[in-house]
Design a protein around this ligand. Structure first.
Ligand SMILES: [Zn+2]
Length: 179
């Protein structure tokens, strides 16, 4: 089932999402619907607040082709920058909740990622890098009420200010529709 995506300006995108206490079949079904919604929108990651649910659930699939799909469902994910040599690097990001804006965000390049999967298994991944690390950090931000446009340069903020203002106005009233 395709779910409606909350857009910039919706208050749910600014809330800290609640931890998930138990992985139920309903939550796994929600995750599958989130994946379907993400594929339809050509995204690589989606967090539950983006579909109106303020809970710590994320889906990620970095594969480019439909035949190579590699969906990952992450309950209560935590992406912590690895210690030691781990400089922040800028790279272009976009977001299904902030359409038509692409800008560079600096993020640590190596993370320690932990989560519970849909089979209730604890996953612990050290030294996650590249797009997976970036995506995990972007989605984790969603669970904490942070959007990538909060982290872009002042110049990029200025360049996109009118777009953001318009979106905020359009979506302000749609934020409290679902929990
Ligand atoms: Zn996003």
């Amino acid at each position: 089932m395709i779910l409606p995506i909350s857009k910039y300006g919706s208050s749910i995108l600014r809330k800290k999402a609640e931890p998930i206490k138990e992985i139920t079949p309903e939550l796994v079904e929600l995750a599958r619907n989130m994946l379907e919604t993400m594929y339809k929108a050509n995204g690589v990651g989606l967090a539950a607040p983006q579909v109106g649910k303020s809970i710590r659930l994320v889906v990620i699939d970095l594969s480019k082709e439909e035949e190579e799909r590699n969906p990952i469902i992450l309950f209560n994910p935590e992406a912590i920058p690895e210690e030691g040599e781990n400089p922040k690097e800028p790279d272009e990001e976009g977001c299904l909740s902030v359409p038509d804006i692409w800008a560079k965000v600096s993020r640590p390049t190596r993370v320690h990622l932990t989560y519970t999967n849909e089979n209730n298994e604890q996953i612990d991944m050290r030294d996650v890098t590249g797009k997976f690390a970036r995506c995990a950090l972007h989605e984790q931000d969603h669970l904490n009420g942070i959007l990538f446009v909060d982290k872009i340069s002042i110049a990029d903020k200025a360049m996109n200010a009118s777009k953001l203002k318009r979106m905020a106005k359009e979506n302000q009233s749609s934020g409290n529709s679902a929990l």
